[in-house]
Design a protein around this ligand. Structure first.
Ligand code: AMP
Length: 198
């Protein structure tokens, strides 16, 4: 059996790293809205230029756009066996839209994996990533803004999913291997079997 998962946590918490490992270990698709928007922003189209404005400022793109992308992506055949969403939902309206969509598809989320990391550790990690990846939104002022945007718009999802009894809190300050083990234990307790060698 696959699993339908959401990775929740601030920028720099390690969501992408852990989601990529889940893909390898459990054979579920990794859907990163940030990657999708970065690809769009490279295109010289009106939509690409519009998306780029939000990205470069560290602002969220409008909910309708993010929801549209997820709706399309989840309808692809490879998402049938399970998915891990990385960077979506980012707002309460996005979470509500996802619930409605999954209800339509009759496949409720199995769990929301919340990587908890304190602000200082995040700033440090994002600075390191800036040196390696050269993302246009990894500039120091934009980094700080993205963390504020997370706190204001995304952090309410912690309570949202806790109320649904879906939230699994993981110490994201640990080394990635430890985080991966903690996630494996959670998935095991949910009865999710690995399909490939990690
Ligand atoms: P990420 O790689 O997840 O940090 O996302 C990079 C950027 O893409 C964010 O700062 C937003 O501008 C945009 N983005 C990614 N996911 C979403 C989303 N679910 N809703 C709105 N904007 C998003």
């Amino acid at each position: 059996m696959g699993a339908d998962l959401v990775m929740l946590g601030p920028p720099g918490a390690g969501k992408g790293t852990q989601a990529a490992r889940l893909t390898a270990a459990y054979g579920i698709v990794h859907i990163a809205t940030g990657d999708i928007f970065r690809a769009q922003a490279q295109l010289e189209t009106p939509m690409g230029r519009r998306v780029k404005l939000f990205l470069d400022r560290g602002e969220l793109v409008p909910d309708e756009l993010a929801i549209h992308i997820i709706r399309e992506r989840l309808s692809q055949p490879d998402a049938r066996h399970g998915f891990v969403l990385d960077g979506f939902p980012r707002t309460v309206p996005q979470a509500e839209a996802l619930d409605a969509l999954l209800l339509e598809l009759d496949r409720p989320l199995d769990a929301v994996l919340y990587l908890e990391v304190d602000r200082d550790a995040l700033l440090e990690r994002l600075r390191q990533r800036a040196a390696i990846e050269r993302r246009s939104d990894d500039r120091p002022d934009v980094i700080a803004h993205r963390i504020d945007v997370y706190r204001e718009q995304t952090a309410p999802l912690i309570e949202y999913y806790r109320r649904q009894d879906k939230l699994k809190v993981i110490d994201g300050g640990q080394p990635p291997e430890r985080v991966a083990e903690a996630i494996d234990r959670i998935l095991q307790s949910l009865g999710v079997a690995k399909t490939r060698m990690p």
